[in-house]
Structure formats: structure tokens, C-alpha cells
Ligand binder design. Structure first.
Ligand code: PEP
Ligand code: MN
Length: 340
């Protein structure tokens, strides 16, 4: 930790800083410049840092306290320079294969899901998505079929061989979702549900953590750290668009987040251009941009009849549009050293 003192800090303020550091038995290194004094605190355990930093900031002569190490250790690239590969059954996310997850936003009927599942498999998708428990901004919209939806997903896995990813919305649903899912999705609205993150960490199931719509990359990585701190390292991150001042699209897909996040963490990153744009017309171009930017995986919402969808129809691709997208993506994946 580095403590920067104000130009007019008195000797008693500096002494106060020294005392707090001494009490905690940290090493002290003082640098006295012409105008400023800087104190380096050495050996502070990670768990102490937020508390000490805020205590030091309460001293009137202290201008700023800066951490040197990242507040997320386990998921940081600093200590783990090699990228992680996350296995979901036989599918590897983070390697040379561009993994495509596809399927409807929500499991509506068995017929709808089976149609979507067989079609995305035929087009080359690797993982089937579908929500059984659906978060929603409105309490009045459709919230999914719960366990019935999970059973339909399991049936689709049996028929197609595709592993399934589905959202776990509530820590109370962990057991039943884990019974059916191959991969747990933590939705945007739950990125800061720390109790749920801990439960997913304890579950040891591969999981995909979506970025909160107003979360900074650092906060997103700290949320991933919660999961890792419980012993689950099988985490992939999903950029799904953030809230900005722009209203022409549902969200603003943060393309910067792909290379920026990969520079900070060893975890693979998935791009979700459906929620990132909210409009089916924009899903293919943003999906391609994400692959070109180095995304390890794509998540695409596909519905046999988007115009009849109970949720997110306006951002879902038809089967033929999805099939075309898969073909168009292949050369882009190849150009960045990946294959489908
Ligand atoms: C979804 O994947 O359908 C979903 C609800 O996503 P998000 O949490 O990103 O809104
Ligand atoms: Mn959706």
C-alpha cells in the first residue's frame, strides 16, 4: 500500500500514519520529497487492506491511499499468466475452439426447445442455452417454468448430446439447478449477489458470470473472486452490454472489455451480443466484432419463431439467420487463430 500525504500534512499526521502501521506490524518505507511525503506500507495481508486504507484515509493529513496489488488475486493474470481452459463436459472454453452457446432466451415449451436444440446443433453450436428460472425487470413478465424447464433442457441434452447452460437465480434453487445443468449462469442482475456467488463457488460446477450492467471490470473480477475463493475456478466471464447514455440500443456492448479483461484475468470471456444490443439485426455484426476482438466464446439467443417468443424475441435470431452467422463467423475465427 502507498500512502500519499497532503502538502500541508503536519508531523503529527505523519506520526499517526506510522503508529497505525506499527500497531499492525507492517514494514514502513518513507520517501520525503520537496513537497510531498509518501509512505509505503509493506506486508499488509490482503484481508486487512480495505480496513486499514479507510482508517488511514480518515487522517486529515492523508491525501490518498493506493493499493499496489489487484483486489482479486485468484482470478488475476498477475499470478496466473497462462489462460485457463474451462471444461463443460467435453467442450473446452478458452482454448483454440471458438465455443458457441445457443438456444432460446427461455424454455417455453418442449416443442420450442427441441426444435431450437436440434437446429443449433445442426448449425454447429457446442452448448445449448435456455432459461428455466428467468430474472426480469418487471414482476409481471414471464419468469420461466422452473423445474419443468430444467427437465426439458435435460431431455434436449439427451437427444442432442449438447451440454446445457441455464441460470441459477436464487441460492435456494442451487440443488435442483445443479442436478440438471452442466454449467450455471449467473445473470447480470445477480453479479453482486454475494451469497449466490459463494454458493456457486461451493457447488464446483462450471459457471458463467455475467457482467452487471453498471459494473466496472474490476468489480466484475472481484465478483469472480468470490466464486474462486470458495474453491471453484471453473469460471468464464460474459460481457453482455452495459448501461450508457445511449438509447438507440438496449445496452451498449463493451467491445473494449474483451481485450481489457483478458489482460487482467486468466479466465475465458464469452460475448453475448443479444443482450448487448437488444436487436436481432445487430447481433451478427457485434458477434463478428467480438470474435475478431478475441472472445473465447459467443452466446446467441435463437428461437424457432422469434415473433412468438415469450421473452427477448426482438433480439433472437431465427434458425436460418443463426445458421448463416455460424458460416460467416468461421473465417473470422480462423483469422484470429481459432476454429469452430
Ligand atoms: C439471459 O441470458 O437471458 C439474461 C437474462 O441475461 P442477463 O442476465 O445478461 O440480462
Ligand atoms: Mn434473454
Amino acid at each position: 500500500m502507498i500512502i500519499i500525504l497532503k502538502n500541508d500534512a503536519s508531523e503529527s499526521h505523519v506520526e499517526e500514519v506510522r503508529q497505525i502501521l506499527n500497531e499492525r506490524q507492517y514494514g514502513i518505507n518513507e520517501v520525503r520529497g520537496v513537497e510531498k511525503t509518501i509512505i509505503c506500507a509493506i506486508g499488509a495481508p490482503d484481508a486487512d487492506k480495505p480496513q486499514v486504507a479507510s482508517q488511514l484515509e480518515a487522517i486529515p493529513g492523508v491525501e490518498r491511499v493506493m493499493a499496489i496489488l489487484k483486489p482479486y488475486k485468484l482470478v488475476s493474470r498477475e499470478g496466473h499468466p497462462d489462460k485457463s481452459i474451462i471444461k463443460v463436459r467435453d467442450v473446452e472454453i478458452g482454448g483454440d475452439q471458438l465455443v458457441v452457446m445457443a438456444g432460446p432466451c427461455t424454455v417455453e415449451t418442449e416443442e420450442q426447445l427441441m426444435k431450437a436444440a436440434h437446429a443449433v446443433k445442426k448449425a454447429g453450436a457446442h452448448i445449448l442455452r435456455g432459461g428455466a428460472y428467468k430474472p426480469s425487470t418487471s414482476p409481471y413478465s414471464f419468469h420461466g417454468h422452473g423445474v419443468e424447464g430444467l427437465k426439458i433442457l435435460a431431455k434436449a441434452r439427451e437427444e442432442t448430446g449438447l451440454p446445457i447452460i441455464t441460470e441459477v437465480l436464487d441460492p435456494r434453487h442451487m440443488d435442483e439447478v445443479c442436478e440438471y445443468a452442466d454449467m450455471l449462469q449467473i445473470g447480470m442482475r445477480n453479479m453482486s449477489n454475494f451469497q449466490l456467488l459463494r454458493e456457486v463457488g461451493r457447488s464446483k460446477k462450471p459457471c458463467m458470470l455475467k457482467r452487471g450492467q453498471a459494473a466496472k471490470i474490476e468489480e466484475w473480477l472481484q465478483a469472480a473472486e468470490y466464486i474462486a475463493s470458495e474453491g471453484n475456478f471453473d469460471i468464464v466471464l460474459c460481457e453482455r452490454g452495459i448501461r450508457t447514455f445511449e438509447t438507440a440500443t438496449r445496452n451498449t456492448f463493451d467491445i473494449n472489455a474483451i481485450p481489457a479483461t483478458q489482460a487482467l484475468t486468466h479466465l475465458p470471456i464469452v460475448a453475448d451480443p443479444a443482450h448487448g444490443t437488444g436487436m436481432w439485426q445487430f447481433v451478427p455484426p457485434i458477434a463478428k466484432a467480438a470474435v475478431a476482438a478475441g472472445a473465447d466464446s459467443l452466446m446467441i439467443e435463437v428461437h424457432p419463431e422469434p415473433w412468438r417468443a415469450l421473452k427477448d424475441g426482438g433480439q433472437s435470431l431465427t434458425i436460418s439467420d443463426f445458421t448463416r452467422l455460424m458460416q460467416e463467423i468461421e473465417p473470422i475465427a480462423k483469422a484470429v487463430g481459432k476454429h469452430l
